[in-house]
Design a protein around this ligand. Structure first.
Ligand SMILES: [Zn+2]
Length: 466
């Protein structure tokens, strides 16, 4: 389409190009993508058999969609990826504020222009990224923001208030022939919900008492927390009916999916001179902490626990490992168990407790960490088979660990204790001291949590012994 792009309405007509309504365009492109086995929602993990079929069916039906889910369930990303279903670019009348279809303009400015200039009217090509609009619903959004208002400058130029040409269009008219998404729809005031409904259903906009017909072609989607949405009175019934499809999102079902998302989303720095390595069991512990938090009765499950908690915690333990590497002059940064207490800072802001006690939050997070380490450890090891290692502690042996202890000192423990090398090898996939140190801590903490070793804080250091 783009090699001989039309520049006027006349050229467009001659090319045979026929603009189609947004729902048809999305449907046609969706079907083509399914046929070509293309990934319709790149970067969306774990929704293949649950959310995505619902979204696909909604689009095939030409239905507007509302995504219901707790925070951090990729709702925004899903909505933004609908852009993939639009044509690369579409023709619009050049200079139109609402992307009018050159062959069927709806705004007065364009109708006047086409009446005067006819086939010579200039057109522009609008890329799909510019056909997407979104807004977070907050109580202070006004009709002017979403729908439009009278433009005082245009009035001052001598136009009458009743004249459509005095309107300053809001976000939704500016997304004409595109996709508009409203995040947290229930937070929109009733007045705006009514305005939105009239615009979508009756093609009417009312501005300062004047009714203007504007048959917009907008694919509407929205997101909401399920509880807010079902709450009586939070959304006016006609608007609720307007959404043909509800898609319920969810958190990653498996630890593997949680880890995949974390690795995809975490912040990466290209300039780092450090070599970083996060052992698989540490990744699993971070994901497990979040999965346990999502089941914890101490945590408010209505607001949920976002994947962002896993991402932030992963970044935190890696940063503490980097901090250690820099301080101690080590080459490789490997997060280990003694880095886990630092995730208090990255977890706190991402969970809401059922009760409001600061001391309780610390304990809740500590318990999550312990339970997660225990669960992951017991997936890798059978404690009964580690009695040989435990026995050596009975003879008065002890091991001191700390997040700022250098990795080489852990190598002495390995040499002194019979059998530990083989135990550590189960999870350490290299012989580098930093990897071994992390594995030693994992084994010791696992034995402690299985009540095979004591753990004591002595002079700011952690000591494992019998
Ligand atoms: Zn126009």
């Amino acid at each position: 389409m783009s090699k001989n792009k039309a520049r006027t309405i006349g050229e467009l007509k001659a090319s045979g190009y026929q603009p189609v309504p947004i729902r048809e365009e999305m449907r046609r492109n969706l079907i083509a993508m399914i046929k070509e086995k293309k990934n319709i929602f790149p970067g969306i993990i774990g929704f293949d058999d649950t959310v995505i079929p619902q979204v696909v069916n909604a689009i095939l039906s030409g239905q507007d969609i509302i995504f219901l889910g707790e925070r951090g369930q990729a709702k925004s990303r899903l909505m933004r990826s609908l852009i993939n279903l639009l044509d690369e670019e579409i023709p619009v009348i050049k200079g139109c504020e609402i992307n009018d279809n050159p062959l069927a303009p709806i705004c007065k400015w364009c109708r006047k222009k086409v009446a005067e200039e006819g086939d010579a009217t200039e057109i522009a090509w609008l890329p799909r990224e510019e056909r997407y609009g979104e807004k977070l619903a907050t109580p202070d959004i006004a009709i002017a923001d979403l729908i439009g208002d009278v433009d005082p400058i245009k009035v001052a130029e001598g136009r009458y208030l009743s004249d459509e040409l005095t309107i300053h269009y809001g976000l939704i008219p500016r997304t004409h022939r595109g996709i508009f998404c409203i995040n947290e729809l229930p937070d929109l005031t009733d007045r705006l919900q009514v305005g939105l409904f009239n615009l979508m259903e009756e093609s009417d906009i009312q501005i300062r008492g004047y009714r203007i017909r504007l048959p917009l072609d907008v694919f509407l989607c929205a997101s909401a927390n399920p509880e807010d949405y079902t709450n009586r009175g939070r959304i006016i019934t006609p608007l609720k009916d307007r959404f043909g499809a509800q898609a319920r999102t969810h958190y990653p079902v498996t630890i593997e999916d949680e880890i995949t998302i974390v690795e995809q989303e975490r912040r990466q720095f290209s300039s780092d001179e450090f070599e970083c390595y996060v052992p698989q069991y540490m990744k699993e512990i971070i994901a497990e902490i979040t999965h346990l938090a999502r089941k914890s009765p101490d945590i408010n499950q209505r607001s949920g626990v976002s994947v962002r908690a896993s991402i932030a915690n992963y970044e935190t333990i890696l940063s503490n490992a980097i901090r250690r590497a820099v301080k101690l002059g080590e080459k490789l940064a490997v997060p280990r168990i003694s880095d886990l207490p630092y995730i208090h800072s990255s977890t706190s802001g991402k969970i809401e407790l059922e009760s409001f006690e600061e001391t309780k939050e610390e304990k809740v997070i500590d318990d999550l960490i312990k339970k997660a380490v225990l669960n992951v450890f017991n997936r890798y090891y059978q404690v009964a088979k580690l009695e040989g290692v435990v026995a050596q502690f009975s003879g008065g042996f002890s091991v001191e660990v700390s997040d700022m202890k250098n990795a080489k000192s852990y190598m002495h423990n390995i040499k002194e204790m019979m059998g530990l090398t083989n135990v550590v090898k189960v999870v350490a996939d290299s012989e580098r001291p930093e990897t071994i140190a992390a594995a030693v801590e994992f084994v010791l903490e696992g034995l402690h949590l299985n009540k095979r070793l004591n753990k004591a804080r002595v002079d700011g250091k952690t000591v494992y012994r019998r």
